[in-house]
Design a protein around this ligand. Structure first.
Ligand SMILES: Nc1ncnc2c1ncn2[C@@H]1O[C@H](COP(=O)(O)OP(=O)(O)O)[C@@H](O)[C@H]1O
Ligand SMILES: [Mg+2]
Length: 410
């Protein structure tokens, strides 16, 4: 679980920190705020940083139509994007990764990864039971056991390069790098989920795609049990559903179909399925899917394979309020850590007060235009209201415009 995230000089995020205090993020994180406050940018930032290790930044940029120079703050003279992520790996230990990405070179010029095992971690010869630190600076990577190596060419993070036990470092120490890849591989952004894209036929389908463009192929590739679970969950949202599956057509193109139980009902292909259902289908597909185990994933967490995080922008889009309520309840229960953004005060009403207190963050623009984050229900004006009304009403009553203006003055 990602418990703390900091980033500096990424688009509108300057010295940005979530949660922004000494506490930790929980399993559900909900970002609210005015248009242009920086909510989507926070999701992009988490996704971007994880791509440094598990993905291909050039591909990631081109899927958004961006260039590397779009990544840094406008008007900023700094080329580096500094970030830090802290993870709590259940039952295993704390993992902290700090880095500095040079937007001109397209790679991190400085990085540190540290692993501190929990005292309860049993020594089974797999995980290191003492702390491990990998440090990378001036082209040289070293660990605290004395291993060092000059680093040649790489893109993104240096931990892209030193991932295999064959790198020469102590095998146990390398597990720390493996853990970093393990937690980051789990980041799944559905932040550009677009019904237009989801309606398309697709091929391949390693995942749903950031815009949902490979939904059809992804659903096609689920295992029989996952398919069953996918349909069962979807049925909870749309009780009229009779079937929901993907079929393979000409040249292996997959198309998503549903049918509903009405008199004279026939099968509908994705081009005619409603937006809300498609979005929910993408969310469910992604949360029921278990990616196949790799390396020693089973050792890290025998029950939990597959994606660890889901990032969802504007979850309420295309859904009516009853469905949104079910989506929120569903997301509160999935095994993944979920980051959502929303404009809808309704969503807050579906959260218990204690959950709302812990998980809702207001994103706002500071005086200098950069984005800040603060726990929404700890703002005095809001906290006072929460004594008298539900989270959603407090959100409406306090008035985000006024609150935003007040915060940016302070
Ligand atoms: N490279 C950049 N540097 C500084 N600000 C940027 C950059 N790119 C975009 N922005 C600003 O970031 C703001 C936040 O946008 P966004 O995250 O989409 O807001 P939200 O999702 O809360 O509506 C936008 O108003 C935009 O002007
Ligand atoms: Mg947005």
């Amino acid at each position: 679980m990602l418990t703390n995230f900091k980033i500096d000089n990424f688009k509108s995020l300057t010295d940005f920190s979530l949660p922004g205090d000494e506490s930790s993020l929980g399993k559900f994180v909900c970002l609210i705020g005015l248009n242009g406050a920086g909510k989507s940018t926070v999701l992009q930032a988490v996704d971007f940083v994880s791509q440094l290790v598990i993905g291909d930044v050039s591909k990631w940029l081109s899927s958004r139509g961006w260039e590397r120079s779009d990544l840094v703050g406008k008007g900023s003279k700094k080329r580096n994007i500094n970030f830090s992520m802290h993870f709590l790996v259940e039952g295993i230990g704390d993992l902290t990764w700090v880095g500095s990405y040079n937007s001109q070179q397209g790679r991190c010029t400085k990085e540190e990864l540290s692993f501190v095992p929990f005292p309860s971690l049993k020594d089974d010869g797999f995980f290191p039971t003492r702390s491990v630190v990998f440090n990378f600076e001036s082209g040289v990577i070293r660990d605290n056991a004395g291993w060092r190596r000059d680093v040649g060419d790489y893109t993104g993070s240096v931990f892209n390069k030193f991932k295999a036990p064959s790198s020469g470092a102590n095998r146990n120490d390398v597990v720390a790098i493996y853990l970093l890849r393990y937690v980051l591989r789990g980041v799944k952004s559905l932040e550009l989920l677009s019904p237009q894209l989801m309606r398309r036929s697709s091929k391949g389908g390693g995942d749903v795609g950031v815009g949902g463009e490979t939904l059809a192929a992804f659903v096609y590739g689920l295992s029989p049990q996952e398919k069953e679970q996918f349909f069962e969950k979807l049925l909870e949202f749309y009780p009229r559903l009779d079937s929901a599956s993907s079929k393979s057509g000409k040249y292996g193109w997959k198309r998503f179909f549903i049918s509903e139980r009405y008199e004279n009902s026939t099968e509908l292909d994705a081009r005619h399925v409603n937006d809300g259902l498609l979005r929910i289908a993408a969310i469910i597909a992604q949360t029921v899917a278990k990616t196949p185990p790799r390396y020693d994933d089973a050792k890290v967490n025998p029950q939990q394979r597959g994606y660890q995080f889901v990032l969802l922008d504007e979850i309420e889009n295309g859904m009516n309020p009853e469905v949104v309520e079910r989506v929120v309840k569903y997301l509160l229960e999935v095994r993944q850590q979920v980051f959502v953004t929303t404009h809808s005060p309704l969503i807050l009403n579906y959260l218990a007060d204690d959950v709302a207190r812990k998980s809702v963050f207001l994103i706002y623009r500071r005086k200098d235009g950069s984005s800040g984050a603060t726990r929404f229900f700890e703002i005095k004006d809001v906290a006072d209201r929460l004594e008298l009304m539900g989270p959603g009403e407090a959100f409406l009553d306090v008035g985000l415009e006024r609150l935003g203006a007040k915060l940016s003055r302070s």
